[in-house]
Design a protein around this ligand. Sequence first.
Ligand code: GTR
Length: 327
Amino acid sequence: MITNFTKSVAGAAIALAFAGQVAVAEDWRGWNIHVEEYPNTIAMDAFAELVSEKTNGEINLQMFHGGTLGSQPDAIEQVRLGGLQIGNFNLGPIGPIVPAANVVSLPFIFKDVAHMFRVLDGEGGAAIAAGMAEQGLTPLAWYDAGARSFYNGDRPINTPADVVGMKVRVMNNDLFTGMIAELGGNPSPMAFAEVYQALSTGVVDGAENNWPSYESTGHFEVAGFYSLSQHLIIPECVCINTDTFNALSADMQAAVREAAQESALMQRELWTKREEASRKAVEAAGVVVNAVADKAPFQEAMAPVYEGYFATNPDLRPLVELIQATD
Ligand code: GTR
């Protein structure tokens, strides 16, 4: 005889079996430094939507833009430790933690953005990604951040002599402080959010960045000479905490990676348009732009920066040579 009791036990068992299949949604938090409408902001929002779509709502990523969750070096630590799961990071401030990833922060290492992506898509990119994953930051896709050039409020920069004595803000990385010092300037590492104030009060004379960041931060309002030195071409990642990623099933990993890569295609397209729009906007606002006719003296001045990198990381010389040998 089937009693009510037996029925309800059976019902509970069936319910439990279903519950075992329906995973509880995971909530992730993501960090981004940029303002609304910035290519990365739009692309990271798209990434969050794609993650939800491709995982059937099992992963819910909430993005926090504008650096509201802290400075970039702090957010990098948070993602490494798992306090945050996702970040859109520039590889510049990751370099001090991951020597292989620091290779992209060597001044003038890439010929142009296309060269950078060819390297990232090959063996070089695999070595960089492996080094990052080991340190808790698994890259899911690469974003474009164009080329960084110098800007300041005093004069166009045409030769290293024009940098002498200039206080220049850089991102947190000894390669960048070395770079400014070798040009005869005074490097000042500082968080991105503090740069506008520092420029307007004269705490620094100048900084360096790509067109969209120069424009979106308003730095062009207080530093009106933009000199096309293009000394750094640094990629950005959509990075995930390594343990969080490794704990996912293979299907989930594929879904999350696919979402990041689709967002990267979108970001790169938006980036190209925004570079042009930002350049036009700052020119219309009266910024004086100069081409740097001869970059060779800047490149030659970087020899000690490369030597310093090799001295600390002798095993990474082949990676630098691989990049230099990549067409
Ligand atoms: C931007 C980059 C940011 C941040 C910033 C900076 O180009 O997208 O992630 O690194 O530069 O200069 O701090």
